[in-house]
Design a protein around this ligand. Structure first.
Ligand SMILES: Cc1cc2nc3c(=O)[nH]c(=O)nc-3n(C[C@H](O)[C@H](O)[C@H](O)COP(=O)(O)O)c2cc1C
Length: 209
């Protein structure tokens, strides 16, 4: 127990203790913009040395669940500043978790002009909750072209830069649970061989602290 509560210090990175709060989607970001309620929620949890935020989309296309936040617009960056300030005021550090949900979404959860995208046109099994229609079957995604994959990578880079601007201490990329990155790794939705090294190339993380 003593070790858990002792400060953590490695490679120039310091935390007040070894406690880390796991990322948890809360669906409180009305309009996909972080708000005062979220700043209060994260500030209340700054007893942990490090907080990982709820999954946060780097793209309008990645806002899979109702009311999850994004980090691709100026309004979202301004909203996140309230959160990082509240957490820093509590003496804690905070990483944003970038989560692009890919085919795990429904058009009703997405803003206008956003697309349900995937690594193929194979839809996921199951249903997604939407605010206006309740549970709905997952739709058939639009297959990402090579060009669209590159655009999605650029969205992740821009989101990481936005995270630095918003005051985050780091970025975590969600690569599991059937969301976009995991869709490239999973043989079930993947019909073509795609080299994930393109997406995970270290140079693309240059915006991360
Ligand atoms: C309500 C809820 C929302 C969650 N949202 C996310 C999320 O946005 N990103 C993520 O990586 N994991 C998410 N998780 C998973 C948790 O971070 C954690 O990995 C999971 O609850 C297992 O933790 P445990 O082994 O300590 O029980 C969520 C879990 C819950 C219960």
């Amino acid at each position: 127990m003593n070790n858990i509560l002792a400060p953590y210090h490695q490679k120039g990175f310091q935390l007040k203790n070894h406690l880390v709060m796991a990322p948890m989607t809360r669906s409180r970001a009305t309009g996909n913009i972080p708000n005062n309620l979220m700043a209060q929620y994260y500030g209340q949890r700054s007893g942990a040395g490090l907080i990982i935020t709820e999954g946060t989309s780097p793209s309008p296309n990645g806002l899979g669940y109702a009311r999850i936040p994004g980090i691709f617009s100026n309004e979202q960056v301004e909203g996140w500043k309230k959160v990082t300030t509240a957490v820093h005021d509590g003496g804690s550090k905070i990483f944003v978790q970038l989560m692009h949900t890919g085919r795990i979404t429904h058009p009703d959860n997405l803003p206008p002009n956003a697309d349900v995208v995937g690594v193929s046109d194979i839809k996921a099994a199951g249903q997604m909750y939407t605010d206006s229609l309740g549970l709905q079957d997952y739709p058939i995604p639009v297959t990402l072209t090579t060009q669209a994959v590159k655009a999605t990578i650029a969205e992740h880079v821009a989101a990481a830069k936005n995270a630095v601007e918003a005051g985050f201490d780091g970025v975590e990329i969600h690569g599991a649970n059937g969301y976009l990155i995991e869709q490239f790794l999973n043989p079930i939705p993947t019909t073509v061989q795609i080299n994930m090294a393109v997406i995970l190339k270290p140079g693309h993380h240059s915006g991360l602290k």
